[in-house]
Design a protein around this ligand. Structure first.
Ligand code: HEM
Length: 154
């Protein structure tokens, strides 16, 4: 199943919208992660020691942005090349940091659900199943590449 131009455009357009309020949406994203999987709190250095999800934390924002941005880049590659291409060094880094942090496969489903909920929140009326499908498909490809790298390094 290919990735269409329409899907690529939907992903790009919705990222443009969310990008306009990173503090808000990164907070929402992490709140959703903890609502779905409270135990995930212990994984993140910037969440472990605080009672609430910290506002305007640079590391929190960086992780949220990475997940959204890399999924968006994956969408572009899927349309252009029909596959995900993450630079070797980047993929090695992503594999090692997640392995080292104690991330396991089911966590990727949690983050996907949080991503979808954040899109819903940010897009309002512009959100629909087609948008969700495009993001899900791109995210699944990226997550698969990271999980495979984690297995290789383990
Ligand atoms: C760190 C990307 C999924 C947990 C990182 C870093 C990147 C990254 C680039 C390095 C630090 C940074 O730049 O913020 C991604 C991408 C993901 C993904 C692209 C999915 C497509 C996940 C999942 C979990 C997770 C599913 C677990 C729920 C962590 C943790 C760190 C980390 C615990 C260390 C950060 C810290 O404690 O300071 N990730 N990640 N990530 N990631 Fe992910």
């Amino acid at each position: 199943i290919g990735f269409t131009e329409k899907q690529e455009a939907l992903v790009k357009e919705s990222w443009e919208i969310l990008k306009q309020d990173i503090p808000k949406y990164s907070l929402h994203f992490f709140s959703q992660i903890l609502e779905i999987a409270p135990a995930a709190k212990g994984l993140f250095s910037f969440l472990r020691d605080s009672e609430e999800v910290p506002h305007n934390n640079p590391k929190l924002k960086a992780h949220a942005v990475k997940v959204f941005k890399m999924t968006c880049e994956t969408a572009i590659q899927l349309r252009e090349k029909g596959k995900v291409v993450v630079a070797d060094t980047t993929l090695q880094y992503l594999g090692s940091i997640h392995l080292k942090s104690g991330v396991i496969d089911p966590h990727f489903e949690v983050v996907k659900e949080a991503l979808v909920r954040t899109l819903k929140e940010g897009l309002g009326e512009k959100y629909n199943e087609e948008v969700e499908g495009a993001w899900s498909q791109a995210y699944d490809h990226l997550a698969l590449a990271i999980k495979a790298e984690m297995k290789q390094q383990d």
